[in-house]
Design a protein around this ligand. Structure first.
Ligand SMILES: Cc1ncc(COP(=O)(O)O)c(C=O)c1O
Length: 399
């Protein structure tokens, strides 16, 4: 599939220049249609009914789990469906039974969703060791190695920074964590659907994924990969329907993994949509998506950084899909608002739920950054239009 074919499946791209893939992506028609098919033709609960459409709904969610698992080189028994990346990380943070004196190593440029769940464990007496990225937002794996000691139970790192686009060497960090007997969690919110993810090669114990970003699935979906060896060590925090094998008035026996982590009725249409979106990404081809992403990211950075009074953050040699920038002396929200008002360009502005990262690059006082982020449906023409409009704004308001 070519970029134009994908654009034809996403009607909102006719009206807007959508450069906010890092927040969420628009859902292509075949994915919406897969969900509509469920709503119109077999809208029943899963894992409960004996009637035909309930069995069909159950099978479709099972198929989706298999598709998602294959997509990241895992088995379906290692996939917990969640409502987003944040829930996936919290399942690990709350389920691992951290104890006083344990330590967790985490970089200082993380999204709040891969930061607050760990910081919160300080209340239990867990030490949070924060390692510093360089000024471009790159984490030297050896710095992680130096922070690990015998008290370290987990290293938690984001693959691609949502604030800066910086790509971390998650493979080398995986080797270091593994060699030091530490558990390893990767936040793949900004990489899945953009580049090949192989959870086994990454030597990850846990990987948290959104369904609604790079994979072009619907909002309200995400998933957690949990290595089978770790499944037994993870306690379920939410209990109820669907999680138990047996119950008496005094006790209960939980179902096996992953069922015991999916309490209550799930986002059935959403997960069917997620399965369809993985098919869709496979039809385009991940290699093609990544190649397109690398080229457009370079164009974005080069175009924006060549404008007078514009500062881009991150190392252009080591970013993917995201360019964070500012116009001198302008609040990023004002820039984003003008881009939308005069050209229908959608970009994110502010702290991007990563206040420590924004402080790290010195953009906190300015109110954060403007962030343009791309996917396969974006074009060079859209990048040029963004550049021309930013230049216009910088000439008029920048100092
Ligand atoms: C790196 C990173 N981690 C976590 C999240 C949270 O994702 P979700 O909204 O799926 O919970 C995001 C969202 O932008 C992100 O970019």
């Amino acid at each position: 599939m070519k970029t134009d074919d994908v654009r034809a499946d996403i009607p909102l791209l006719e009206k807007f220049i959508y450069l906010d893939a890092a927040s969420t992506t628009p859902t292509p028609k075949p994915v919406v249609e897969a969900m509509c098919d469920y709503f119109y033709n077999y809208n029943a609960n899963t894992g409960r009914g004996a009637y035909k459409i309930a069995i069909k709904a159950t099978q479709k969610v099972k198929d989706a789990r298999l598709k998602v698992a294959r997509f990241i080189n895992a088995s379906p028994e290692e996939i917990v469906f969640t409502k987003n990346t944040t829930e996936a990380i919290n399942i690990v943070a709350q389920g691992l039974n951290f104890e006083k004196g344990d330590s967790i190593v985490v970089p200082n440029i993380e999204h709040h969703s891969n930061f607050l769940p760990w910081l919160n464990l300080k209340k239990k007496g867990v030490n949070i060791k924060i390692v510093k990225a360089d000024s471009y937002g790159i984490i030297d794996p050896s710095v992680i190695g130096e922070a690990i000691d015998e008290s370290t139970r987990l290293v938690a790192v984001t693959h691609v920074s949502n604030a800066l686009g910086s790509v971390q060497d998650v493979y080398e960090i995986g080797n270091i964590s593994h060699d030091n007997n530490s558990l390893y969690l990767i936040d793949a919110a900004q990489s899945v659907g953009h580049m090949k993810i192989d959870v086994k090669k990454m030597k990850a114990d846990f990987v948290a994924f959104p369904g609604h970003k790079g994979t072009l699935g619907p909002v309200g979906t995400g998933f957690l990969y949990c290595d089978q060896a770790q499944a037994k060590n993870l306690n379920s925090c939410a209990l109820g329907g669907g999680t138990v094998a047996n119950v008496s008035e005094n006790d209960f026996q939980l179902e096996s993994f992953p069922t015991r982590f999916e309490a209550g009725t799930k986002n059935i249409a959403g997960f069917i949509g997620l399965g369809a979106s993985v098919d869709y990404i496979n039809r385009i081809g991940l290699e093609k998506i990544e190649k397109h992403g690398i080229r457009l990211t370079k164009e974005l950075y080069t175009t924006l950084s060549s404008i007078n009074n514009v500062k881009c953050y991150g190392d252009p040699q080591n970013i993917y899909g995201i360019v964070s920038f500012n116009i001198n002396n302008m609040n990023p929200h004002d820039v984003a608002k003008i881009l939308d008002e005069i050209r229908g360009i959608c970009v994110r502005s502010g702290h991007h739920c990563a206040i420590p990262a924004i402080k790290h690059i010195g953009a906190y006082e300015q109110g954060g950054t403007v962030r343009a982020s791309i996917h396969y449906y974006n074009t060079s023409e859209e990048v040029q239009k963004l550049g021309e409009t930013v230049e216009e704004i910088a000439k008029t308001f920048g100092v």
